[in-house]
Design a protein around this ligand. Structure first.
Ligand SMILES: Nc1ncnc2c1ncn2[C@@H]1O[C@H](COP(=O)(O)OP(=O)(O)OP(=O)(O)O)[C@@H](O)[C@H]1O
Ligand SMILES: [Mg+2]
Length: 355
Protein backbone atom coordinates (compact mmCIF):
# COMPACT_ATOMS: atom_id res chain seq x y z
CA UNK A 1 0.00 0.00 0.00
CA UNK A 2 1.20 3.51 -0.82
CA UNK A 3 0.06 6.15 1.65
CA UNK A 4 0.00 9.91 1.14
CA UNK A 5 -0.24 11.47 4.57
CA UNK A 6 -0.95 15.22 4.52
CA UNK A 7 1.34 15.73 1.54
CA UNK A 8 1.89 19.25 0.28
CA UNK A 9 4.18 20.53 -2.45
CA UNK A 10 4.95 24.19 -2.89
CA UNK A 11 7.47 24.99 -5.64
CA UNK A 12 10.09 27.70 -4.98
CA UNK A 13 8.09 30.23 -7.03
CA UNK A 14 5.17 29.79 -4.64
CA UNK A 15 3.03 27.50 -6.83
CA UNK A 16 1.02 25.14 -4.66
CA UNK A 17 1.06 22.01 -6.84
CA UNK A 18 -0.33 19.56 -4.27
CA UNK A 19 -2.27 20.57 -1.20
CA UNK A 20 -2.78 18.41 1.84
CA UNK A 21 -3.16 15.13 0.02
CA UNK A 22 -4.35 12.09 1.99
CA UNK A 23 -4.65 8.96 -0.12
CA UNK A 24 -4.19 5.22 0.15
CA UNK A 25 -3.28 3.29 -2.99
CA UNK A 26 -4.16 -0.36 -2.44
CA UNK A 27 -1.53 -3.07 -3.00
CA UNK A 28 -1.82 -5.02 -6.23
CA UNK A 29 -4.34 -2.60 -7.73
CA UNK A 30 -4.37 0.19 -10.30
CA UNK A 31 -5.02 3.65 -8.87
CA UNK A 32 -5.55 6.34 -11.48
CA UNK A 33 -4.82 10.03 -10.88
CA UNK A 34 -7.04 12.06 -13.19
CA UNK A 35 -7.85 15.73 -13.53
CA UNK A 36 -7.39 18.81 -15.71
CA UNK A 37 -3.97 20.05 -16.81
CA UNK A 38 -1.80 21.53 -14.07
CA UNK A 39 -3.77 20.08 -11.15
CA UNK A 40 -0.77 18.26 -9.62
CA UNK A 41 -1.03 14.70 -10.96
CA UNK A 42 2.55 14.39 -12.19
CA UNK A 43 3.92 16.12 -9.10
CA UNK A 44 2.02 13.67 -6.86
CA UNK A 45 3.31 10.70 -8.86
CA UNK A 46 6.93 11.86 -8.83
CA UNK A 47 6.91 12.35 -5.09
CA UNK A 48 6.40 8.58 -4.71
CA UNK A 49 9.87 7.81 -6.11
CA UNK A 50 11.42 11.04 -4.79
CA UNK A 51 12.03 12.66 -8.13
CA UNK A 52 10.25 15.51 -6.35
CA UNK A 53 10.45 15.94 -2.57
CA UNK A 54 7.31 16.96 -0.66
CA UNK A 55 7.39 20.30 1.17
CA UNK A 56 5.57 18.67 4.08
CA UNK A 57 3.72 15.47 4.92
CA UNK A 58 4.87 11.90 4.38
CA UNK A 59 4.67 9.20 1.72
CA UNK A 60 4.88 5.61 2.92
CA UNK A 61 5.27 2.40 0.95
CA UNK A 62 4.03 -0.50 3.06
CA UNK A 63 4.56 1.64 6.13
CA UNK A 64 8.12 2.79 5.30
CA UNK A 65 8.69 6.49 4.74
CA UNK A 66 10.22 6.91 1.28
CA UNK A 67 12.42 9.77 2.48
CA UNK A 68 14.28 7.39 4.78
CA UNK A 69 15.36 5.29 1.77
CA UNK A 70 18.27 5.72 -0.61
CA UNK A 71 16.71 7.38 -3.63
CA UNK A 72 18.71 5.48 -6.28
CA UNK A 73 17.77 2.14 -4.74
CA UNK A 74 14.18 3.28 -4.27
CA UNK A 75 13.91 4.10 -7.99
CA UNK A 76 15.21 0.68 -9.01
CA UNK A 77 12.39 -0.91 -7.02
CA UNK A 78 9.79 1.32 -8.62
CA UNK A 79 9.08 1.04 -12.34
CA UNK A 80 8.51 4.37 -14.06
CA UNK A 81 6.87 4.88 -17.44
CA UNK A 82 6.44 8.31 -18.98
CA UNK A 83 4.65 9.77 -21.97
CA UNK A 84 6.59 9.24 -25.24
CA UNK A 85 8.27 6.36 -23.39
CA UNK A 86 11.41 8.42 -22.53
CA UNK A 87 13.75 5.85 -24.05
CA UNK A 88 17.52 6.30 -24.26
CA UNK A 89 18.02 7.20 -27.94
CA UNK A 90 21.54 5.78 -28.22
CA UNK A 91 20.71 2.40 -26.75
CA UNK A 92 19.01 -0.42 -28.60
CA UNK A 93 15.56 -1.65 -27.60
CA UNK A 94 17.03 -4.64 -25.75
CA UNK A 95 19.55 -2.41 -23.96
CA UNK A 96 16.83 0.03 -22.99
CA UNK A 97 14.71 -2.72 -21.47
CA UNK A 98 17.70 -4.26 -19.68
CA UNK A 99 18.77 -0.97 -18.06
CA UNK A 100 17.69 -1.75 -14.50
CA UNK A 101 18.65 -5.46 -14.45
CA UNK A 102 22.05 -4.28 -15.70
CA UNK A 103 22.32 -1.72 -12.86
CA UNK A 104 21.36 -4.50 -10.45
CA UNK A 105 24.39 -6.50 -11.61
CA UNK A 106 22.62 -9.05 -13.81
CA UNK A 107 25.10 -10.22 -16.48
CA UNK A 108 24.71 -9.17 -20.10
CA UNK A 109 23.48 -12.47 -21.43
CA UNK A 110 20.86 -12.93 -18.74
CA UNK A 111 19.75 -9.29 -19.06
CA UNK A 112 19.22 -9.78 -22.80
CA UNK A 113 17.20 -12.92 -22.16
CA UNK A 114 15.01 -10.97 -19.73
CA UNK A 115 14.61 -8.22 -22.34
CA UNK A 116 13.55 -10.66 -25.06
CA UNK A 117 11.05 -12.32 -22.77
CA UNK A 118 9.53 -8.96 -21.84
CA UNK A 119 9.35 -7.90 -25.48
CA UNK A 120 7.25 -10.96 -26.09
CA UNK A 121 5.07 -10.16 -23.09
CA UNK A 122 4.24 -6.65 -24.31
CA UNK A 123 3.69 -7.79 -27.89
CA UNK A 124 6.93 -6.70 -29.59
CA UNK A 125 8.63 -8.90 -32.14
CA UNK A 126 12.08 -10.18 -31.19
CA UNK A 127 13.46 -8.83 -34.46
CA UNK A 128 13.22 -5.30 -33.02
CA UNK A 129 15.68 -6.03 -30.21
CA UNK A 130 18.66 -4.42 -31.93
CA UNK A 131 16.89 -1.45 -33.40
CA UNK A 132 17.07 2.04 -31.92
CA UNK A 133 14.02 3.89 -30.54
CA UNK A 134 13.70 6.23 -33.57
CA UNK A 135 13.22 3.14 -35.73
CA UNK A 136 10.00 2.24 -33.87
CA UNK A 137 6.47 3.66 -34.09
CA UNK A 138 5.03 5.62 -31.18
CA UNK A 139 2.96 2.67 -30.01
CA UNK A 140 5.95 0.33 -30.19
CA UNK A 141 8.09 2.77 -28.21
CA UNK A 142 5.36 2.94 -25.61
CA UNK A 143 5.49 -0.84 -25.28
CA UNK A 144 9.26 -0.68 -24.83
CA UNK A 145 8.70 1.83 -22.03
CA UNK A 146 6.33 -0.57 -20.29
CA UNK A 147 8.74 -3.51 -20.80
CA UNK A 148 11.60 -1.45 -19.36
CA UNK A 149 9.56 -0.58 -16.28
CA UNK A 150 8.67 -4.26 -15.80
CA UNK A 151 12.26 -5.47 -16.26
CA UNK A 152 13.27 -5.28 -12.63
CA UNK A 153 9.99 -6.91 -11.64
CA UNK A 154 9.23 -4.01 -9.32
CA UNK A 155 6.30 -4.34 -6.93
CA UNK A 156 5.33 -0.72 -7.64
CA UNK A 157 4.89 0.97 -11.02
CA UNK A 158 4.37 4.65 -11.71
CA UNK A 159 2.95 5.50 -15.13
CA UNK A 160 2.54 9.06 -16.37
CA UNK A 161 0.16 9.26 -19.35
CA UNK A 162 1.63 6.03 -20.74
CA UNK A 163 -0.90 5.72 -23.56
CA UNK A 164 -1.48 9.33 -24.53
CA UNK A 165 1.06 9.66 -27.34
CA UNK A 166 -0.68 7.17 -29.63
CA UNK A 167 -3.83 7.21 -31.74
CA UNK A 168 -7.14 6.03 -30.21
CA UNK A 169 -7.04 2.57 -31.79
CA UNK A 170 -3.49 1.74 -30.72
CA UNK A 171 -4.40 3.18 -27.36
CA UNK A 172 -7.27 0.74 -26.86
CA UNK A 173 -5.00 -2.14 -27.80
CA UNK A 174 -2.32 -0.99 -25.35
CA UNK A 175 -4.89 -0.51 -22.57
CA UNK A 176 -6.28 -4.00 -23.10
CA UNK A 177 -2.80 -5.56 -23.10
CA UNK A 178 -1.86 -3.58 -20.04
CA UNK A 179 -4.93 -4.90 -18.18
CA UNK A 180 -4.10 -8.44 -19.29
CA UNK A 181 -0.50 -8.17 -18.04
CA UNK A 182 -1.64 -6.58 -14.78
CA UNK A 183 -4.11 -9.45 -14.36
CA UNK A 184 -1.14 -11.81 -14.32
CA UNK A 185 1.31 -9.67 -12.35
CA UNK A 186 -0.84 -7.78 -9.85
CA UNK A 187 1.52 -4.79 -9.40
CA UNK A 188 0.70 -1.80 -7.26
CA UNK A 189 0.24 0.85 -9.92
CA UNK A 190 -0.26 4.60 -9.85
CA UNK A 191 -1.22 5.83 -13.31
CA UNK A 192 -1.75 9.41 -14.42
CA UNK A 193 -4.12 10.42 -17.20
CA UNK A 194 -6.21 13.45 -18.08
CA UNK A 195 -8.73 11.18 -19.82
CA UNK A 196 -11.67 10.28 -17.58
CA UNK A 197 -12.77 7.44 -19.88
CA UNK A 198 -9.34 5.85 -19.56
CA UNK A 199 -9.50 6.30 -15.77
CA UNK A 200 -12.89 4.60 -15.59
CA UNK A 201 -11.80 1.80 -17.87
CA UNK A 202 -8.55 0.82 -16.20
CA UNK A 203 -8.71 2.10 -12.62
CA UNK A 204 -9.58 -0.08 -9.66
CA UNK A 205 -9.63 3.21 -7.75
CA UNK A 206 -9.73 6.72 -9.22
CA UNK A 207 -8.45 9.89 -7.57
CA UNK A 208 -9.97 12.98 -9.21
CA UNK A 209 -7.79 16.05 -8.71
CA UNK A 210 -8.83 19.62 -9.22
CA UNK A 211 -6.89 22.82 -9.77
CA UNK A 212 -4.55 23.74 -6.93
CA UNK A 213 -3.66 20.15 -6.12
CA UNK A 214 -6.87 19.34 -4.22
CA UNK A 215 -8.36 15.88 -4.17
CA UNK A 216 -11.97 16.20 -5.35
CA UNK A 217 -12.95 12.55 -4.89
CA UNK A 218 -11.34 9.15 -4.35
CA UNK A 219 -13.61 6.28 -5.30
CA UNK A 220 -14.16 3.28 -7.53
CA UNK A 221 -15.12 4.05 -11.14
CA UNK A 222 -18.67 2.92 -10.43
CA UNK A 223 -19.02 5.20 -7.41
CA UNK A 224 -17.68 8.14 -9.42
CA UNK A 225 -20.34 7.64 -12.05
CA UNK A 226 -23.17 6.91 -9.65
CA UNK A 227 -22.34 9.29 -6.84
CA UNK A 228 -20.00 12.14 -7.83
CA UNK A 229 -19.05 13.98 -4.64
CA UNK A 230 -19.67 17.46 -6.06
CA UNK A 231 -20.45 19.43 -9.22
CA UNK A 232 -16.81 19.54 -10.24
CA UNK A 233 -16.59 15.75 -10.35
CA UNK A 234 -20.02 15.38 -11.97
CA UNK A 235 -18.93 17.82 -14.66
CA UNK A 236 -15.57 16.19 -15.14
CA UNK A 237 -17.03 12.71 -15.34
CA UNK A 238 -19.25 14.03 -18.09
CA UNK A 239 -22.51 13.13 -19.73
CA UNK A 240 -24.29 9.78 -19.81
CA UNK A 241 -23.10 9.02 -16.30
CA UNK A 242 -26.15 6.96 -15.46
CA UNK A 243 -25.92 4.98 -18.65
CA UNK A 244 -22.14 4.43 -18.32
CA UNK A 245 -22.50 3.26 -14.73
CA UNK A 246 -24.61 0.37 -16.01
CA UNK A 247 -21.41 -1.18 -17.43
CA UNK A 248 -20.39 -2.35 -13.99
CA UNK A 249 -23.25 -4.72 -13.20
CA UNK A 250 -24.39 -7.81 -15.04
CA UNK A 251 -27.87 -8.81 -16.10
CA UNK A 252 -27.79 -11.80 -13.72
CA UNK A 253 -30.23 -10.28 -11.21
CA UNK A 254 -32.76 -9.12 -13.80
CA UNK A 255 -36.13 -10.80 -13.83
CA UNK A 256 -37.28 -11.68 -17.31
CA UNK A 257 -40.68 -12.71 -18.55
CA UNK A 258 -41.78 -15.86 -20.18
CA UNK A 259 -41.22 -15.86 -23.97
CA UNK A 260 -44.86 -15.63 -24.92
CA UNK A 261 -46.08 -13.35 -22.17
CA UNK A 262 -45.28 -10.09 -23.87
CA UNK A 263 -47.57 -9.87 -26.80
CA UNK A 264 -49.41 -6.76 -25.54
CA UNK A 265 -48.75 -4.97 -28.82
CA UNK A 266 -49.40 -8.14 -30.77
CA UNK A 267 -45.69 -8.77 -31.34
CA UNK A 268 -44.56 -12.39 -31.43
CA UNK A 269 -41.03 -13.71 -31.17
CA UNK A 270 -40.18 -16.04 -34.05
CA UNK A 271 -38.00 -19.03 -33.12
CA UNK A 272 -36.38 -21.63 -35.32
CA UNK A 273 -36.73 -25.36 -34.71
CA UNK A 274 -33.88 -25.30 -32.16
CA UNK A 275 -35.43 -22.44 -30.18
CA UNK A 276 -33.00 -19.77 -31.43
CA UNK A 277 -34.70 -16.37 -31.83
CA UNK A 278 -35.01 -15.08 -35.37
CA UNK A 279 -36.93 -11.84 -35.09
CA UNK A 280 -40.30 -10.26 -34.48
CA UNK A 281 -43.54 -10.58 -36.31
CA UNK A 282 -46.89 -8.86 -35.74
CA UNK A 283 -48.68 -5.62 -36.73
CA UNK A 284 -46.27 -3.38 -38.65
CA UNK A 285 -43.50 -5.96 -38.37
CA UNK A 286 -42.07 -8.58 -40.73
CA UNK A 287 -43.68 -11.90 -41.56
CA UNK A 288 -43.03 -15.20 -39.82
CA UNK A 289 -40.77 -16.25 -42.69
CA UNK A 290 -39.06 -12.86 -42.88
CA UNK A 291 -39.31 -11.35 -39.39
CA UNK A 292 -38.03 -7.93 -38.28
CA UNK A 293 -34.47 -8.43 -36.89
CA UNK A 294 -33.99 -8.40 -33.11
CA UNK A 295 -30.87 -6.28 -33.20
CA UNK A 296 -29.11 -8.60 -30.74
CA UNK A 297 -29.64 -10.74 -27.65
CA UNK A 298 -28.13 -10.91 -24.18
CA UNK A 299 -26.94 -13.57 -21.73
CA UNK A 300 -26.94 -13.27 -17.93
CA UNK A 301 -23.24 -12.33 -17.89
CA UNK A 302 -23.73 -9.28 -20.14
CA UNK A 303 -23.76 -5.79 -18.65
CA UNK A 304 -26.88 -3.86 -17.74
CA UNK A 305 -25.64 -1.29 -20.22
CA UNK A 306 -25.90 -3.76 -23.08
CA UNK A 307 -29.37 -4.92 -21.98
CA UNK A 308 -30.59 -1.32 -21.75
CA UNK A 309 -29.20 -0.57 -25.18
CA UNK A 310 -30.95 -3.65 -26.59
CA UNK A 311 -34.28 -2.75 -24.99
CA UNK A 312 -34.30 0.83 -26.24
CA UNK A 313 -33.00 0.01 -29.71
CA UNK A 314 -35.25 -3.00 -30.20
CA UNK A 315 -37.99 -2.44 -32.83
CA UNK A 316 -40.56 -3.50 -30.21
CA UNK A 317 -38.86 -2.21 -27.04
CA UNK A 318 -38.07 -5.71 -25.84
CA UNK A 319 -34.67 -7.30 -25.13
CA UNK A 320 -34.39 -11.05 -25.67
CA UNK A 321 -32.31 -13.24 -23.35
CA UNK A 322 -30.68 -16.44 -24.59
CA UNK A 323 -29.00 -19.29 -22.73
CA UNK A 324 -25.47 -20.50 -23.40
CA UNK A 325 -26.63 -22.56 -26.37
CA UNK A 326 -28.29 -19.54 -27.98
CA UNK A 327 -31.87 -20.64 -27.23
CA UNK A 328 -34.25 -17.85 -26.25
CA UNK A 329 -35.15 -18.20 -22.57
CA UNK A 330 -36.79 -14.94 -21.61
CA UNK A 331 -37.83 -11.46 -22.69
CA UNK A 332 -37.56 -8.10 -21.00
CA UNK A 333 -39.76 -5.14 -21.87
CA UNK A 334 -38.15 -1.71 -21.54
CA UNK A 335 -40.74 -0.60 -18.96
CA UNK A 336 -39.99 -3.63 -16.80
CA UNK A 337 -36.27 -2.91 -17.17
CA UNK A 338 -36.71 0.71 -16.06
CA UNK A 339 -38.75 -0.46 -13.03
CA UNK A 340 -36.00 -2.91 -12.07
CA UNK A 341 -33.25 -0.34 -12.53
CA UNK A 342 -35.14 2.07 -10.27
CA UNK A 343 -35.64 -0.62 -7.62
CA UNK A 344 -31.92 -1.42 -7.84
CA UNK A 345 -31.03 2.24 -7.31
CA UNK A 346 -33.36 2.48 -4.29
CA UNK A 347 -31.87 -0.68 -2.76
CA UNK A 348 -28.34 0.64 -3.20
CA UNK A 349 -29.24 4.00 -1.68
CA UNK A 350 -30.85 2.25 1.30
CA UNK A 351 -27.88 -0.09 1.74
CA UNK A 352 -25.61 2.94 1.71
CA UNK A 353 -27.64 4.92 4.24
CA UNK A 354 -27.62 2.03 6.71
CA UNK A 355 -23.90 1.23 6.31
N1 LIG B 1 9.34 22.87 -11.17
C1 LIG B 1 8.22 23.59 -11.03
N2 LIG B 1 8.26 24.87 -10.61
C2 LIG B 1 7.14 25.60 -10.45
N3 LIG B 1 5.91 25.14 -10.73
C3 LIG B 1 5.80 23.88 -11.16
C4 LIG B 1 6.94 23.03 -11.35
N4 LIG B 1 6.52 21.84 -11.81
C5 LIG B 1 5.17 21.94 -11.89
N5 LIG B 1 4.75 23.16 -11.49
C6 LIG B 1 3.35 23.62 -11.40
O1 LIG B 1 2.67 22.79 -10.50
C7 LIG B 1 1.33 22.56 -10.93
C8 LIG B 1 1.10 21.06 -11.06
O2 LIG B 1 1.92 20.55 -12.10
P1 LIG B 1 1.84 19.03 -12.55
O3 LIG B 1 2.91 18.82 -13.56
O4 LIG B 1 1.86 18.17 -11.35
O5 LIG B 1 0.40 18.99 -13.23
P2 LIG B 1 -0.36 17.82 -14.00
O6 LIG B 1 -1.63 17.61 -13.28
O7 LIG B 1 0.54 16.67 -14.19
O8 LIG B 1 -0.70 18.51 -15.41
P3 LIG B 1 -0.70 17.91 -16.91
O9 LIG B 1 -1.99 17.18 -17.08
O10 LIG B 1 -0.65 19.16 -17.76
O11 LIG B 1 0.51 17.05 -17.07
C9 LIG B 1 1.20 23.33 -12.24
O12 LIG B 1 0.60 24.56 -11.95
C10 LIG B 1 2.61 23.51 -12.70
O13 LIG B 1 2.76 24.67 -13.48
MG1 LIG C 1 1.43 15.75 -15.88
Amino acid sequence: MITFDGVRKVFPDGTVAVDNLDLELPTGKITVFVGPSGCGKTTSLRMINRMIEPTSGRILIDGDDVTSQDDALLRRRIGYVIQHAGLFPHRTIAENIATVPHLNGVNKKKARAVALELMDRVGLDESMADRYPVQLSGGQQQRVGVARALAADPPVMLMDEPFSAVDPIVREVLQAEFLRIQGELGKTIALVTHDIDEAIKIGDMVAVFRQGGHLAQFATPQELLERPANDFVADFVGRDRGFRSLSFDTAAALEVDDLFSVATGGEVLVLDGAGHPHGWTGPGLGSTSNPTPLGGTFVTGDSLRLVTDLAISSPVGIAVRVDETGRADGVLRHDSLVRQLNARRRRRAEAESTS
